[in-house]
Design a protein around this ligand. Structure first.
Ligand SMILES: [Zn+2]
Length: 178
């Protein structure tokens, strides 16, 4: 991973809390915690990591994609947790926007589900999200569980989950850049 620059984008932040769980969890807090853990793993692997935010700050979507450009990123990863109107829906989905980025999303997906994630595999899908659509660098957006599902809301905040998901993402990133 020497010489590779990864931009990590914790979804939401500041005034934009993202989705809110049944127990009051804000998506913006879990995305930041997860991204910081992924950063640690990637740095251990020798990568240069840049965060679009590393605190609870409000950042526009345009400013997020601009970081990928100015840093000449090899990969941009936006981290999110999903929500749905009903609490029974759960699982993880990996999104790409450009056809050439599908393989990256697939490699990260494969590492995540190789590690017995104990959640529903919602697959690798096309997503029309600003931060991956308007990005001039390779970009994916990861939805790492449903904050609207009670079990996933609790689980995403455990050290065990954080360790497992950050390790899997970092391995997937390494595979995709190899
Ligand atoms: Zn989100």
């Amino acid at each position: 991973m020497q010489g590779k620059t990864i931009v990590l984008d914790p979804g939401h932040g500041g005034k934009d809390v993202g989705s809110t769980g049944g127990n009051g969890t804000y998506e913006k807090d879990v995305t930041l915690r997860t991204a910081l853990n992924v950063r640690n793993k990637l740095v251990q692997q020798g990568a240069n990591v840049v965060m679009t935010r590393d605190a609870d700050t409000t950042i526009s979507l345009g400013a997020r994609t601009a970081v990928a450009q100015t840093e000449n990123a090899d990969l941009f990863i936006s981290i999110h947790f999903d929500a749905f109107q009903t609490s029974d829906v759960y699982g993880m989905t990996m999104f790409y926007n450009k056809p050439q980025d599908e393989g990256i999303a697939q490699k990260i997906h494969d590492q995540i589900f190789k590690s017995d994630m104990n959640t529903k595999d919602r697959g690798v899908r096309f997503g029309d999200y600003h931060v991956i659509r308007e990005n001039t660098k390779p970009a994916v957006l990861l939805e790492l569980g449903y904050i609207s599902n009670k079990n996933e809301e609790a689980r995403m905040q455990t050290d065990a989950f954080q360790e497992q998901i950050s390790t899997a993402i970092a391995s997937g990133v390494e595979n995709s850049l190899r």
